[in-house]
Design a protein around this ligand. Structure first.
Ligand SMILES: *Cc1c(COP(=O)(O)O)cnc(C)c1O
Length: 376
């Protein structure tokens, strides 16, 4: 018999989700917009900045849609340079192209695997007119915010924070998704909490939220007929889906703690092997969305070999995000690094994402660790 699959990260439902979904059915709030959307936005905002905090959230059909609206709000226009995280999922940077912007990729540093503030500074020296920075927190690990924000401020740039993977993570006690002028989280199926698919745009500016709402609902002008003065989108989250999100939000911290436990078990279990775990800064609180390993330099084992060996045991692992400057679709785009060998390329060549599903049992995780050991 084939072993039960050990997955990278799958949805974990609890029951309250159905209660909110049922309520939507009972009241026939099936149309997009409605009570669950309003509440989900309120509750997400309260989670991030507290009930008193003035934060404006907009629930949308995906994190990618939220990023698109964030770039529009940031004023990205045809030909504008946007300085982007290089090692990230393509969804961080694709929406820049929707607006005709041009991505310039900024290398990672080794302490968080996120955008290197020194490389960002170098990028601004080359592109002093760049007005927008797109920053992702990889695998739930907070970036070097003080340094990144200082560079953004120095060059008067707007920060778009892609916290899609980092919901519940913190930097010096402040939640990720609250550092940028415009911020994004994702509720895609494999994220720390999920609505099956969805995203949220977050901003301290009510006017920006209202504008994004306008774009997300087909840009209908306030007139007695269908009046349009701008191009709009159909980007809203459905009220049914928002019900799932409300139920999931009740378990976000519990998910985070379970993710950390998984990370710690790998950390202990892989001791003695020529590998390290994905690093984070001591004064930050990662959400440990995915545990990753990095094979030591000079060791003759490739991550693809580990991936294949584990796949034979029905264990799902994934390569590290392939840096954007290595992607054929962006081959004509500039890439800025302060290292001789780009950090992102090196991590991509030596790294691997490990099963981080919070339903994985300790026995299953020990089996994963055992299989990894056999590769060395
Ligand atoms: C998942 C993800 C997104 C996109 O979110 P969707 O909700 O899937 O559209 C954006 N950026 C990063 C870094 C992600 O991991």
């Amino acid at each position: 018999m084939e072993r039960k699959r050990i997955a990278l990260s799958t949805p974990t439902m609890h029951g309250e989700e159905m209660t909110f979904v049922q309520e939507a059915f009972d009241k026939n709030w099936i149309a997009p917009l409605g009570f669950n959307c309003d509440k989900f936005e309120e509750e997400t905002s309260a989670y991030l900045v507290g009930k008193e905090g003035a934060y404006h959230a907009l629930s949308l059909c995906s994190g990618t849609a939220a990023l698109h609206l964030a770039y529009k709000l940031a004023g990205v226009k045809r030909g504008d340079i946007v300085l982007c995280s290089d090692m990230t999922f393509a969804a961080t940077v694709n929406p820049v192209s929707y607006e005709g912007g041009v991505q310039v990729f900024v290398d990672s540093e080794r302490e968080t695997w996120n955008m290197d503030p020194k490389a960002l500074e170098k990028a601004f020296e080359k592109y002093p007119n760049a007005k927008v920075v797109a920053l992702a927190h990889l695998y739930g690990t907070p970036s070097k915010m003080d340094e990144i924000l200082a560079v953004c401020e120095k060059y008067g740039a707007v920060l778009v924070e892609d916290a899609a993977e980092a919901f519940s993570a913190e930097y010096k006690g402040k939640k990720m998704g609250t550092f940028g002028k415009y911020n994004v989280i994702s509720f895609n199926g494999n994220k720390i909490i999920t609505t099956s698919g969805g995203g949220m745009l977050l901003t301290a500016e009510k006017k920006a939220r209202d504008k994004a709402f306008f774009w997300a609902t087909q840009a209908r002008e306030p007139a007695p007929w269908y009046q349009h003065e701008e191009i709009g989108y159909n980007y809203r989250m459905s009220n049914v889906v928002a019900g799932i999100g409300r139920g999931q939000l009740l378990h976000l911290d519990e998910h985070r703690d379970a993710k950390e436990k998984i990370y710690r078990r790998y950390e202990a279990g892989l001791k003695g092997l020529p590998v390290t775990m994905n690093p984070y800064l001591p004064y930050t609180k990662s959400n440990f969305w995915l545990s990753c390993l990095l094979i030591d330099k000079g060791v003759n084992v490739k991550p693809t070999e580990v991936l294949e060996a584990l796949a034979k045991e029905n264990i799902e692992t994934r390569p590290i995000w392939k840096p954007m400057h290595m992607q054929p679709v962006f081959k004509h785009h500039d890439f800025i690094s302060v290292e001789e060998t780009p950090v992102g390329e090196d991590i991509f060549a030596r790294g691997l994402c490990l099963p981080s599903d919070i339903k994985m049992t300790e026995e299953e995780q020990d089996f994963v660790i055992e299989q990894i050991k056999r590769c060395f």
